[in-house]
Design a binder for this molecule. Structure first.
Ligand code: SF4
Ligand code: SF4
Length: 241
């Protein structure tokens, strides 16, 4: 297994930049055609609004600004920080939506099976389950994926017009490009910050601090937002007091 944080930052930036170029070359007509062919229809089951089904909801900077206006308590540094320096401080590429303490890990904004801010929901919420990025399949073959959780949710009987499929394709590709740009900006920020403060990633300290964190010891996490790093003190159950 490759520990991603051990891959040198310039290589990671180069890989993400190559991914962005590949995305630019992907014809939006092809994505629109796949969207029509899949015939996906959302059944509003709200499974995708739970951590049990979907991991965390990552927020772009524009979403973070929106959450801060709607309800700042809904915001938390994204899980699984990418780096930990020699002083035991973690670094993560951005923010995620907080979940409630129920068994499914429901989104902070989910109430009685409905999104209570639906008209203002965030970038990834708007495009899900559509996506356009390359991932390895179960045999390790890397290829484009266009729909998440195929056959695990929703129905597959919708007639989708040409116009609607083109609109979904445009929005999906815009999101993927913005996501890659965000990740590149985070890595460039870390590169500059680590260089300026003579820091380096130390996996041994990362692992040890994470072990202590899971047992209840608070950690310091720097979350990337809009070109800067914002400092948080976190316990396993939320902000440290
Ligand atoms: S903000 Fe709304 S749509 Fe997005 S994950 Fe939360 S409940 Fe679901
Ligand atoms: S996108 Fe899928 S998981 Fe989310 S509410 Fe619709 S059917 Fe359910």
């Amino acid at each position: 297994m490759i520990i991603v944080s051990l891959v040198p930052i310039p290589y990671r930036i180069a890989a993400l930049t190559a991914e962005k170029h590949a995305l630019f070359e992907y014809p939006s007509n092809r994505l629109a055609g796949i969207i029509r062919d899949v015939h996906f229809r959302c059944t509003c089951c709200a499974k995708c609004c739970t951590r049990a089904f979907n991991g965390h909801v990552f927020l772009l900077d524009r979403d973070v600004r929106a959450v801060r206006e709607i309800d700042p308590a809904a915001l938390e540094p994204a899980p699984d920080p990418e780096f930990c320096d020699q002083n035991g401080i973690f670094y993560v590429s951005g923010y995620a939506l907080r979940v409630k303490g129920d068994a499914e890990g429901s989104c902070w904004f989910l109430e009685n099976g409905r999104c209570r801010i639906y008209d203002r929901r965030f970038s990834i919420c708007r495009i899900y389950p559509y996506m356009l990025h390359r991932e390895p399949d179960e045999r390790g073959k890397v290829d484009w994926r266009q729909i998440s959780g195929l056959d695990n949710h929703g129905e597959y009987n919708a007639e989708i017009s040409e116009e609607e499929s083109q609109a979904i394709a445009r929005e999906t590709m815009e999101y993927e490009e913005a996501f890659l740009a965000h990740q590149i900006a985070f890595l460039e920020c870390i590169q500059e910050w680590f260089g300026r403060h003579k820091l380096r990633h130390v996996q041994k300290i990362y692992d040890e601090k994470m072990r202590q964190y899971r047992k209840g010891t608070p950690i310091t996490v720097m979350a990337y937002y809009d070109g800067t790093l914002e400092k948080h003190r976190l316990c396993i159950n939320g902000p440290a007091r």
